[in-house]
Design a protein around this ligand. Structure first.
Ligand SMILES: [Zn+2]
Ligand SMILES: [Zn+2]
Length: 201
């Protein structure tokens, strides 16, 4: 079923197996603390040239229409499968799909900081209803694309995953200075602490 030449970076899922015939390219060092599951999946799809609708189907706990998608919650996403497939800590995935509670509400729209997007980072913190500015850059969070003016629901769906760090409507990058996250420098101690403080609230 898998039609991949060994030299090709293109991978497809083997429909008969839970895992692909070849390993995926993924490096935990591409991630910053509290990276959202959308951001993690953008990197996964992008670096492996995966079909985003297949990824949605694979990570869903229940049968899902990948184009209708699903909310990014632990009830919908198979965190164990995702951690195993990407070879990242389960805790990383758990934080990426934080639970909504009476103390913590989420924005239903994708919210972003363009400077974070420039480093290839979207944080679960950006979705916290009570946070209106980016904890790293102290800039107001945005929800509308600067190019086409449309917002996007914060959901795991094929259209969103197919446009890594871009508006899924017009495909303009959320940051005009977007550069490869694989080459960016690591966050400093101060920046990490700012994220932890914002997470704990
Ligand atoms: Zn930021
Ligand atoms: Zn747009």
């Amino acid at each position: 079923m898998t039609v991949t030449a060994p030299s090709s970076p293109i991978l497809t899922f083997d429909v008969n197996q839970l895992t692909p015939s070849f390993g995926y390219v993924f490096d935990a060092r591409w991630l910053d603390p509290y990276e959202s599951v959308v951001s993690i999946l953008w990197k996964f799809v992008w670096m492996n040239r995966l079909a985003s609708h297949e990824v949605v189907e694979r990570i869903a706990r229940q049968t899902v229409d990948p184009y209708a998608g699903m909310p990014a919650t632990p009830q919908n996403i198979n965190a164990q499968y995702l951690a195993r497939t990407l070879r990242i800590r389960r805790q990383t995935v758990r934080e990426a799909i934080s639970l909504q509670s009476s103390l913590r509400s989420f924005s239903p729209e994708l919210r972003y900081c363009s400077r974070c997007m420039a480093r290839g980072y979207h944080s679960v913190l950006h979705q916290f209803g009570r946070l209106l500015i980016c904890p790293l850059h102290a800039r107001p969070l945005e929800s509308r694309c600067r190019h086409c003016g449309q917002s996007s629901p914060y959901r795991i769906d094929a259209q969103l995953l197919d446009a890594p760090f871009k508006c899924p409507h017009c495909r303009a990058p959320y940051s005009p200075s977007w550069s490869s996250f694989a080459k960016r420098s690591a966050l400093g101690k101060r920046e990490r602490q700012a994220l932890i403080r914002a997470y704990i609230g």
